[in-house]
Write a protein that binds this ligand. Sequence first.
Ligand code: FES
Length: 104
Amino acid sequence: MTLHRLCGTAEMADGEARRFDVGEHRIALVRLADEWYALGDRCSHADISLSEGEVLIEECALECWKHGSSFDLRTGEPQSLPATRPVPVYVLKVEHDEVKVELP
Ligand code: FES
């Protein structure tokens, strides 16, 4: 496993989602207050970038803008149809004001 820097903690606002491409990994990074989450940035229903969707703060989820499935930021599991399969969840490390993702 190696750590790859995604951004500084001051670079993203509370409630924001942003896409990062690291090698072949397409990552949707989400900030909720002081919590950070990273999902695979490809909806499991079709090839849509989840980071272009809406962050659902109370549900701790990211909603796909295309057909409305939302994915739990903690587990990657879909919470609503039409998506039925989870998306990957990435492990993050936040240290020294930097957000890093663990990749194989
Ligand atoms: S493409 Fe995401 S729910 Fe259909």
